[in-house]
Ligand binder design. Structure first.
Ligand code: G1P
Ligand code: ZN
Length: 543
């Protein structure tokens, strides 16, 4: 078998974002597009001869083809061994688990997360470092710089390798080990949670509906929730990963996981509803007719963490992204542990976790996780809830009402305006920024502005500074409005409006967040000109 060096010309658009390089499938199909990026990664990370790579993806369209190319390129670039999930499957948290457990020289994860798949959909690829987490900006910037200078890539001339049967096969002098994508992850979950208590919960008739959304968590959820924990067969729905996710949008929110939402708001709803996204790192939690915001979920998990064996000794601290509500801050305060406010994106949690400063992390965008891996972890969050429910034996709603009574309720919502023309989205942000000078001290009905700023963050571990992370309007009573442009959308610009107000009085904590936030929503429009500028009367997605 020959190693070839193939001449190529650089692409100008291979800048990896916070979640890797994400593009339409058609872009990835352009000749040498994938090869160029993979070569740029391998050149940047300087592969030590004989190193091991972890490899897998969420099973979307192009996954298998891309894996075959990457295997041949890994063999030509000095890797000695690749651990690849059977069928090319590895959820993002499972990939992080495999990287850490087998101490690989990082891994390549193929996914565009919650974005739709199929020939018309999105594809993506990202490099995770040996700690199991997404590559930090200095590495992704270096990959981008390298991609612009690339003149050739290296590849082994070889046939496709069998990915469907476990075992080791040789590709040139490199071993390709096809591993069970679920086993290592399931073992890790068993070490963290009280499986015996959860088994007892299910044996007592407790019902769950887990919606895998035709995406990667199907096999994981079936093995763990149905087989190991004994939930009845059929508890996992849409459990077979499909290349186009059944033409769905595998994003576990109230809009896209509507099948689950209908089940959970029906008269005979099960006790717990949950869903995960394309690559398995996001989660949504529902009780019977009751939605748990991701911000509240993080706070409840933190407040009840010691009920899970893996966290019985308590947590070191919590980190949440800036737009995530401050519900977790209140728990941290009570527990006497630090709470960090970071920019959006999981990568900002990595340093804090590596330094042992935090145990739990969360984002309002349905991301929750801990230092067991270096990615957010959808199924982990569901198992944490099951563990809490198994020990407390109360409904999801009861647990939330009690939590609010104890800590107060951070009423919260996110409004997304998707696929706006870029200049329109920028115009809205500019109008808000332009109003900064006049806002402090100004009263809007019940709310008086205290301050406004452009959120920036200095990493307490490595001192790196991230600026321009969202426009914050902070009110005297602790309420907030945040405007932020998405970094992951692939069509035009997505504007996110985050709304938060605090309610300490249990008598007024119940009720619909949209109603409770109506005044803040109107203020956001008044300051930004959102409706007029966008020509939209309502958001694309409300969470
Ligand atoms: C979105 C979420 C963010 C998350 C990211 C990757 O990014 O808002 O919290 O880390 O996806 O899953 P955004 O599109 O807002 O930049
Ligand atoms: Zn994801």
């Amino acid at each position: 078998m020959n190693i070839r060096s193939v001449a190529t010309t650089p692409f100008a658009d291979q800048k990896p974002g916070t979640s890797g390089l994400r593009k339409k499938v058609a872009v990835f199909r352009a000749p040498t597009y994938l090869e160029n990026f993979v070569q740029a990664v391998f050149d940047t990370i300087a592969v030590p001869p004989g190193a091991t790579l972890a490899l897998g993806g969420d099973g979307r369209y192009l996954n298998r083809e891309a894996i075959q190319v990457i295997l041949r390129m890994a063999a030509a670039n000095g890797f000695g061994r690749v651990l690849v999930g059977q069928g090319g499957i590895l959820s993002t948290p499972a990939a992080s688990c495999v990287i850490r457990k087998y101490r690989t020289f990082g891994g390549l994860i193929l996914s565009a997360s919650h974005n739709p798949g199929g020939p018309e959909g999105d594809f993506g690829i990202k490099y995770n470092t040996p700690n199991g987490g997404p590559a930090p900006e200095k590495i992704t910037d270096a990959i981008f710089a390298r991609s612009k200078l690339l003149t050739s890539y290296r590849i082994l001339d070889a046939d496709d390798i069998d990915l469907d049967h476990l075992g080791t096969r040789m590709l040139g002098s490199m071993g390709v080990e096809v591993i069970d994508p679920v086993a290592d992850y399931a073992e890790l979950m068993e070490s963290l949670f009280d499986f015996a208590a959860i088994r007892e919960l299910f044996a007592g008739g407790f019902g769950i509906c887990f919606d895998a959304m035709h995406a990667v968590t199907g096999p994981y959820a079936k093995e763990i929730i149905e087989r190991r924990l004994g939930a009845p067969a059929g508890s996992v729905i849409n459990g077979v990963p499909l290349e186009d996710f059944g033409e769905g949008h595998p994003d576990p929110n109230l809009t896209y996981a509507h099948q689950l939402v209908e089940i959970m708001y029906d008269v005979d709803a099960p006790d717990l509803g949950a869903a995960s996204d394309g690559d398995g790192d996001r989660n949504m939690i529902l009780g019977r007719g009751f939605f748990v915001t991701p911000s509240d979920s993080l706070a409840v998990i933190a407040a009840n963490a010691t009920l899970a064996p893996g966290y019985a000794r308590g947590i070191a601290g919590i980190a949440r992204s800036m737009p995530t509500s401050a519900a977790a801050d209140r728990v941290a305060k009570k527990l006497g542990v630090p709470c960090y406010e970071t920019p959006t994106g999981w990568k900002f949690f990595g340093n804090l976790m590596d330094a042992g400063q935090v145990t739990l992390c969360g984002e309002e965008s349905f991301g929750t996780g801990s230092d067991h891996v270096r990615e957010k972890d959808g199924l982990w969050a569901v198992l944490f809830w099951l563990n809490i429910l198994a020990r407390r034996r109360q409904s999801v709603e009861r647990i939330l009402l009690d939590h609010w009574a104890e800590f107060g309720r951070n009423v919260y919502s996110r409004h997304d305006y998707e696929a706006l023309p870029t200049d329109v989205a920028n115009g809205i942000m500019e109008q808000v920024r332009g109003a900064y000078a006049t806002l402090p001290g100004r009263a809007f009905g019940n709310y008086t502005v205290k301050a406004c700023d452009d959120f920036s963050y200095t990493d307490p571990i490595d001192g790196s500074v991230s600026t321009g992370q969202g426009l914050r309007i902070l009110f005297v009573d602790g309420s907030r409005i945040v405007f932020r442009l998405s970094g992951t959308g692939t069509e035009g610009a997505t504007l996110r409006l985050y709304l938060e107000s605090f309610e300490a009085d249990p008598a007024r904590q119940g009720g619909d967040a949209q109603l409770l936030l109506a005044e803040l929503i109107a203020i956001a429009d008044e300051i930004s000109g959102l409706y007029t500028r966008s020509g939209r009367q309502r958001p694309t997605v409300i969470t």
